[in-house]
Design a protein around this ligand. Structure first.
Ligand code: ADP
Length: 248
């Protein structure tokens, strides 16, 4: 039984919208400390799966467990975020008129429910934590620059840093490298691998070069369930994956 030792456990998850089955008996198991890549054609159910995990959408059927025994289908979005599940949407939502440092400070304080944010004094530990995050997301040299002046890729990294301030056990990342330069894309693969040393990460992406760089287990979804799962070579040579996704 995989449930007790998995960080994320989905089994037989189905959900329909107006009679259309967006997820059809989907199963997915993510281990603690695992980085997992999710691929699949548009409409495969990737976003719906993320919505189920974060509590935005309720499944009609199936099990969704976190940390072995926490039933996510019984919790609302705010409780699930509090448990340590962070989600990064495709479009970066940083505070453009604040510096990189202040964005991270705001994220750290938001985690504590301090909305007076910048008036709240940071402890020495907080400063060390922000320095560590800056280093992880490759923005140490940009700490005093306005977020607005960052490249698109750097804004994505800053937003990942803002999520790290909340110390998630599981980070869900939606199409991080869309619109990035080749150099930023390659750096993002390294960055996510680094982050996954201390937490689990599930990343949805279409960029197959990036997926290959990640070098991790890949799950290909189609029509709301798992079409193939395994190494990138295994999955990309699967005739069903070629027919439904790669060959299109
Ligand atoms: P992906 O992220 O893989 O492109 P989605 O999860 O966004 O796939 O969508 C799966 C299917 O479910 C699509 O056909 C989409 O139109 C449908 N769908 C998703 N969310 C809703 C919703 N809230 N209402 C109606 N249909 C939806």
């Amino acid at each position: 039984d995989l449930k007790p030792k998995s960080l994320l456990y989905l089994d037989g998850v189905s959900v329909s919208f107006d009679g259309f089955k967006a997820l059809n008996s989907l199963s997915l198991v993510v281990e603690p400390g695992e980085l997992r890549a999710i691929i699949g054609p548009n409409g495969a159910g990737k976003t719906t799966m993320m919505d189920i995990i974060t509590g935005k959408t309720r499944p009609d059927e199936g099990e969704v467990f976190f940390n072995g025994n926490v039933d996510l289908t019984k919790l609302d979005e705010a409780d699930i975020a509090q448990l340590g599940i962070g989600r990064k949407f495709q479009k970066p939502t940083v505070f453009e008129s604040h510096t990189v440092w202040d964005n991270l400070e705001l994220a750290l304080n938001r985690e504590r429910g301090v909305f007076a944010t910048l008036f709240y004094t940071l402890s020495a530990e907080d400063r060390i934590r922000i320095d560590e995050i800056l280093d992880t997301v490759r923005l140490t040299g940009r700490r005093n620059d306005l977020a607005a002046d960052l490249s698109h890729g750097q804004k994505q990294w800053l937003e990942i840093g803002m999520l790290l301030a909340q110390e998630p056990q599981l980070l869900l990342v939606d199409e991080p490298v869309a619109g990035m330069t080749d150099a930023e894309t390659a750096e993002t693969a390294l960055l996510l691998r680094q982050i996954a040393r201390t937490r689990s990460v599930v990343v949805v992406e279409h960029d197959m070069g990036f997926i290959r760089d990640l070098g991790v287990k890949v799950t290909c979804l189609a029509e709301g369930s798992v079409l193939a799962e395994g190494s990138i070579d295994f999955v990309s040579n699967d005739p069903k994956v070629i027919e439904n996704y790669l060959g299109r």
